[in-house]
Design a protein around this ligand. Structure first.
Ligand SMILES: [Zn+2]
Length: 147
């Protein structure tokens, strides 16, 4: 199977691979609409971010079945193909988020999660929102990333 590139550096396989999907036999192929969103994400967000520092993608598109299998919210941007979780390979997630904020690259949300940075881009909803996720007794809470 030849590799399908969505942008200069990122392939469809990188943005759809999931260990959980593989294990549970879930078909995680995007629809045309979701594929278009992934192309936007790859070209307008992931490529500029890749110039800041290298990273690997731990999760990109997640069809609803897969997203439910990992107990994520149905409204997650991952379900529509607007989001990816990035693990920077040379700097910490916090440092990466600071650099993303300083770059002024158009972004909907950037959330420092648990060893990775969640980024999303909806072109009609460029919020430039930076958050930190925290595990609390009552679930995951988000607070502004100010540091
Ligand atoms: Zn995420």
């Amino acid at each position: 199977m030849s590799e399908k590139y969505l942008s200069k550096n990122f392939t469809l396989a990188q943005l759809t691979f999931s260990e959980t999907a593989k294990r549970l036999g879930i078909n995680n192929d995007p629809t045309d609409r979701e594929l278009n969103n992934l192309k936007t994400l790859a070209n307008f967000l992931l490529e500029p971010l890749y110039k800041i520092t290298p990273f690997r993608i731990s999760s990109g598109f997640r069809c609803l079945n897969l997203n439910r299998a990992i107990k994520s919210s149905d409204t997650s941007h991952h379900v529509l193909g607007f989001a990816a979780d990035l693990v920077p390979t040379k700097i910490s997630p916090e440092e990466f988020a600071k650099k993303i904020r300083a770059s002024k690259i158009k972004i909907t949300q950037c959330i420092i999660e648990f060893g990775w940075v969640h980024v999303s881009l909806k072109l009609d909803d460029v919020r430039m929102q930076f958050l930190v996720a925290e595990k609390t007794k009552s679930g995951i809470k988000f607070k502004p990333f100010n540091s």
